[in-house]
Design a binder for this molecule. Sequence first.
Ligand code: TTP
Ligand code: CA
Length: 356
Amino acid sequence: MRHILHADFDAFYASVEQLDRPELRGRPVVVGGSPETRGVVASASYEARRYGVHSAMPMGRALQLCPGAVRVQPRFERYAEVSRRVMAIFRDITPLVEPLSLDEAYLDVTDLVAPERPPGQIAAELKARVRAELGLTISVGVATSKSVAKIASGMGKPDALTIVPPGTERQFLAPLPTEELWGIGPKTAARLASEGVHTIGDLGKRGPEWFRARFGRMGEHLRLLALGQDDRPVVVEHETRSVSAETTLVKDTGDPEALQELVSRLSQRVASRLRRDELQGRTVKLKLRLADFTTFTRQVTLAEPVQSSEAIAEAASKLLQPELRPGRLFRLVGVGVSGFDWHQQEAVQLRLGGFE
Ligand code: TTP
Ligand code: CA
């Protein structure tokens, strides 16, 4: 049996701002672009959340809901530095650390567990160290798998510690909405609800055939997740440096609409692989090959890591626009995402290297 922790900073960007600017502590803080620039909330302090403010909300709306909130412009370099420091604390506890983003990681602590040091205590020690050394709070979920640990870490935030004892995974998951499960988004949840499947417990009662009919190849994985079974290991060195998809056209084309449409399709393919591997990257790359086989790439490094097909397609389309000229024909289009959060160095190497 394994013991996995999922650790996640509470209101990450906002908490870092409150740490660095003591006058903001205890006050509603929203980090993100200004309403004038049509900014959105990247992170809201828990004081601001009481007013209904949340991530991804337009900043104008957030300040309407909570006029007393202080808006702070994001400082990504600073957040990356705090991230490096917290990951160093995690790695000091165990080398088996898998960062998911700047503020989240899985830790496999199986080998540290002893009768006098149960997994919950290791988690409590971790929280105490992060608080003492960084002045910030994390929420931690403790379970026998990644999936259950991640769901547990989201409960009772902020500054929470949620332990799911071995053997109680199914019970723990049963009352939760299906959307809590990895791979089930709002659309799928709505579709399931129309079939009377609202909770993970409802899902857990369905058989393998039911899952296969609805989710295809992913069905069995999802069925096991609903039952609290997930044997995906904590992966220390992420081999993936770039996720990309490309297509050679049957017939060379310069038609802007056809090319845009292709970029969207490729972005969807890249996004679904990123989702599957729980990756998000900052660098979006467009690869183009002209009718005469000249091949080149254009790339942009974004302020925020992306995972969704819309965000990837938006960035890739912006790269495509300036390349479109009357009479210029393309024979291949590729879209890729790289610059994954946790390995800054790998990201740099990639920028220097070629398209994978
Ligand atoms: P989250 O962990 O989703 O959010 P959080 O840490 O602010 O709050 P909590 O975990 O307590 O619910 O995201 C981590 C950081 O990633 C967040 O502080 C800012 C950034 N982020 C965005 O920039 N845009 C977003 O839409 C989201 C969700 C997060
Ligand atoms: Ca967080």
